[in-house]
Design a protein around this ligand. Sequence first.
Ligand code: NAD
Length: 488
Amino acid sequence: MKLANYIGGSLVDPAGGSYFDDIDPATGKVCAQVPDSDQRDVAHAVEAAGAAFPGWSRTPAAERSQLLLRLAGLIEQHLDELATLESIDTGKPLAVARSVDIPRAVDNFRFFATAILHTSGVTHQTETSNARAINITLRGPRGVAGLISPWNLPLYLFSWKVAPALATGNTAVGKPSELAPMTAHRLAELSIEAGLPPGVLNIVHGRGAKAGAAIVSHPDVPTISFTGGTETGAQIARTAGPMFKRLALECGGKNPTIVFADADFDEALATSVRAAFSNQGEICLCGSRVLVERPIYDRFVETFVERTRALTVGDPMQDGTDLGALISAEHRAKVESYIELARAEGGTIACGGRRPAPDTLGDRCRDGVFLEPTVVTGLDARCRTNMEEIFGPLVTIMPFDDTREAVELANITRYGLSASVWTNDLDRAHHVAGRLQCGTVWVNCWLLRDLRVPFGGMKSSGLGREGGDEALRFFTEPKNVCIRMKDP
Ligand code: NAD
């Protein structure tokens, strides 16, 4: 598959004419050629988006809505094909791509396509001793939005930005991750089929340091929405801050799962295993530190390890696979370096810690980038393994003695994305939720999403919120019009 940039309504080659390989991490084989775009391609895309902005921003919301709903319908029609591409590109189980990634991309478009039909403005009646006025707060699109997304949930997260940006009347230049760009390429083709006007959505493929950085530094892109690593987010902020760009940064996490002794043991256990290893642990919201109240700690660890051992690592295309391949050999090396670090820091590898034997993977996946789900116990809460984001199938389990300690350990890292709290004591749930420093607290659940709620992180997990009204506000500029009223 040779991918192309999508600029001004057409699929085009990169200006420099060069491409790099996209690798299927489950097989080690090249699955696509990706345009190695540079600032010329970005400049071309921004120009196309700028030219399309006046028309698109004045297109009635109902028409924009119809076009985006048509696009959602096309994604749904191609669900199986897109899920297969997503699985090939990332190594994730096909079943996950089919049930999570692609349906969510459909939902993202439907949600924002219809949300814009139901928004209402704000007015204030103003009365002073010598004047009366009515204040009307208008909200309009901001122009060209730069949308940069990561590889772990490729179309899911890319469309989470594209849909609100376009729905609110902005035009966009998007850059999907260079490690998983195939579904974004298909999104371009489907956008053409849906009849999206040329230039409304532009997609430039390529590496972050070149194509991504060119979007961030372009003076005609006033809005940047980024999802990815914390260090990349900081780098983007250094460029975009002095340019007074509006910035949303959705970055890394080191999320705690907190299990109190009174919790429903079986549910807490099953969900914490799922939270640790879903999508190979490559979800920003994965619970990578499990904190367990001491009276149930030993039983919890024993059962957690048993359940983890029962997970199937293997061919992502096969039914019954729980963990597929990691995204790349470099990423597996990073995760493995943390397994070594955990040992060096005095941890016990309770299970996993190795690559599965090639003969368990079958011929097709013999050269793939697989790793066993790994559970580590016995570490100090402040060690590097427990403080740094690993973003792979490695989870630590630690005991705590009381609510105060649970909250302290949960808040100890520089991250603040999400937490999952397990207790049947409503007062305690409220108490803990109120004290956790993170953007989302799930009580007796994990990753139960409602697209209307604010989504994002505190501390080094990011800046700003996505989702629902937050996204509609982020992509629009408020302007207050004050009209003085005189008596006739
Ligand atoms: P990354 O930061 O390496 O890359 C993310 C995107 O940014 C890619 O498209 C990349 O090409 C681009 N990029 C890289 N350098 C850039 C630069 N200098 N300027 C502009 N763009 C640049 O992240 P990744 O490895 O793709 O994704 C994994 C990270 O994403 C993890 O830290 C994970 O926690 C985070 N993540 C966060 C959320 C969230 O909602 N908070 C969701 C998913 C993933």
